[in-house]
Design a protein around this ligand. Structure first.
Ligand SMILES: CC(C)(COP(=O)(O)OP(=O)(O)OC[C@H]1O[C@@H](n2cnc3c(N)ncnc32)[C@H](O)[C@@H]1OP(=O)(O)O)[C@@H](O)C(=O)NCCC(=O)NCCS
Length: 169
């Protein structure tokens, strides 16, 4: 048997329990207090833009995307992104992000925003958002607010409140 047999799939309901476990393992009980989690509490994530990574059929990584208005930008919030410790440093996190960003672009999203570690996400194409541009529903380290712009003048329009939006075209 091959050591690894990776596949990337669109998320569906059958993945919910294992995704919860992977996020618990990655972020611990404090994860619901994070500012980004507060946005995700406002409404459903979009399964059409959310992916899991599997190895021999077992889910070992997940990325979720939630539709947001970020100031004047109709975009998506990326996260949580998590890969099981047994499968770190194999490029899975990066691949999951790329899939989610490509899917958002194809769906007409104007930007992918997240709160995360700049050194990790810079390599995937994320840029810093000017501090204090976006108002989150909770405290956030403004130096960790990042964006992949997918439309014109995104940085200029990322001004104001960020919150969940109904994902109607
Ligand atoms: C962060 C995470 C998703 C990365 O997934 P992964 O599949 O291991 O990442 P990749 O294989 O795509 O990339 C690995 C590279 O990123 C680096 N990296 C991992 N986490 C990093 C971080 N927080 N900051 C900077 N670099 C980081 C690794 O050192 C490695 O570098 P190398 O390619 O030079 O060896 C995973 O480690 C994880 O689930 N962590 C816990 C949850 C978390 O922190 N999620 C992200 C929120 S910021």
């Amino acid at each position: 048997m091959k050591k690894h047999d990776f596949a990337y799939l669109l998320e569906d309901q059958s993945h919910d329990a294992i995704i919860d476990l992977i996020n618990e393992e990655a972020f611990g009980p404090g994860r619901f207090a994070r500012a980004a989690a507060r946005i995700r509490e406002q409404g459903q994530h979009d399964r059409a833009l959310s992916f899991v990574a599997t190895d021999h059929g077992a889910v070992i990584g997940s990325v979720r995307m939630t539709p947001v208005m970020a100031g004047f930008v109709k975009g998506h919030l990326l996260g949580p992104l998590a890969v099981r410790p047994s499968h770190k440093n194999l490029g899975i996190g990066k691949h999951l992000c790329r899939l989610a960003i490509d899917a958002a672009r194809a769906a007409g999203s104007e930007a992918v925003v997240l709160v995360g570690d700049p050194p990790y996400y810079a390599r995937i194409g994320f840029e810093k958002v000017a501090p204090k541009s976006l108002e989150f529903p909770g405290p956030v380290d403004q130096n960790r607010v990042l964006v992949v712009p997918l439309a014109d003048a995104v940085h200029e329009r990322l001004k104001g409140v960020i919150g969940w939006r109904m994902d109607h075209p």
